[in-house]
Design a binder for this molecule. Sequence first.
Ligand code: SF4
Ligand code: SF4
Length: 395
Amino acid sequence: MHSTETRLKSLALSLGADLVGVTTRELLADGPPSADPRYLLPSANSVISFALSLDRKIIQDFISKKKWRPHCDNRKTIAQMLYTIGDTLAEQLRSEGYEAVNVDLNNNYRPEKDAADVTEMIEFHPDFSHRYAALASGVGRLGWSGNLLTKEYGAQVELGSVLTSATLTPDPPIPDEEHPCDRCKMCCLVCPVEMIQPKASVQVTVAGITETISRKRPNTCCWIGCTGYEGLAPSGTWSNWSPYRLGRPLPEDKQELDSLCISLQKADPQMQAADNSFNNYRQAVFDPDWFYYTVCGFCRSVCSSSRKERLANRKLIVNSGTTALMLDGSHNVVAKKIVEVETPFGLNVVIPREELSEGQSKTQKWPGQFPLDREVIEYLCQHINSAAAKGNAVD
Ligand code: SF4
Ligand code: SF4
C-alpha cells in the first residue's frame, strides 16, 4: 500500500505534471506572509506543489519575435492543465475525508489597505505563493530574478499548488550545491523596464533555505512592463511584444511609479471588460474565446536550464527589434516607416505609417482581442487622418 503523498504525486504526474513535491505548513512557517497556507485553508497541514514546463521551441519563437500567438496559446493550455491537475488532487483528497483547496493560478491578491480594487494595488501580494511552495517542496529554487527555477527546465515553467488538511511527508528542498541559478544575470538584461537589478540583493527565507535574490524595483514597475504599458527597452533598440510607449523614462521614485501605474490601470479598457481575467482567472483560462495576451515575461523566458541557451536567448531578445500594432490586431516587428501616435489611454502606440494611410479597420486577426488593442484600433480608425498627421515618425 503506497502512502497518500506517493499516490497523489503519481496522480499529478499521470495527468501531465512534469514535477511535483510536497511540503508542510510547519516548514513554510518561516517564510513571508504569502507562504502561509492557512490564509486560504485554516486547517491546512500540507501543500502539494506541481509544475508544467512551457514549450521551449515556442518560447524561442516568442522571444525572437517571430511568432507571438503560439506562446500565448501554450500558456493557456498549460494553465488549463494545471487547474485540472489541482482539481483532481483536491477531489481525491476530499474523497478521502480531508479538506483541500486548489489555489488559483494567478491574479488573486491580498487586499491592500488603500486599494478599492486591483487598479489601485501597488504591492500585489498573492493569496498564496506558488513559488514559495515550490521552493519548500523541492520543485525548484529562486533564481536571481526571483522566479522559480527548476533544474530540468530553468524558469520556463508554470506552477500550481493544492493545500490540504492531510498530514503528508514533505520532500527535501534542493540543496545549495544543486542550485539551478548560476548568476548569469541574463534576466537583468532582458527586462525592458529594468525591474531586476544586477547588483543589489535581498534575502528571503522559506523552509530553512535562505535565497539571495535581486533587490527589484517596486512591483508596479513590472506591472507596467508585463501588462505592456511600456514595451521599449531604454536603449530604444528592442522591445517586448507590446506596441505601447510611455514616451518618457519610468520614474525612479516609488510613489511616482505607483501613481503612474494606478493611472494607467484606471485608463485601461481591460479593467472595465466583462471577461476581465482579474474578476475570474479560471473562467478566463477555460473560455475558448479568451486570448492569453502575453507581451513580456522575458525574465522567465530567457532563463532555460542551460547557460549556453540563456546567453543565446538574450541575443534573440535584444536583436529582434521593436513591435508595432497592426490594424487587424496583430503585433508585428516592423523595420521602418513607423509612427508613434498619442492615444486617449495615457500612452502612445507604435504603428506602421502605411497602416494609418490605408485608413480603415481590418478583419480582426486575433480572437478575444485585448481590450486596449481593440479600443486603440477603433480610436485610430476614427481619427486616422489626424493621427497620421500628428504621429511622430520614429523610423
Ligand atoms: S537568467 Fe541567470 S541569473 Fe537570472 S535567474 Fe536565470 S540563471 Fe539566474
Ligand atoms: S515580466 Fe517583463 S517587465 Fe516584468 S520583470 Fe520580467 S522582464 Fe521585466
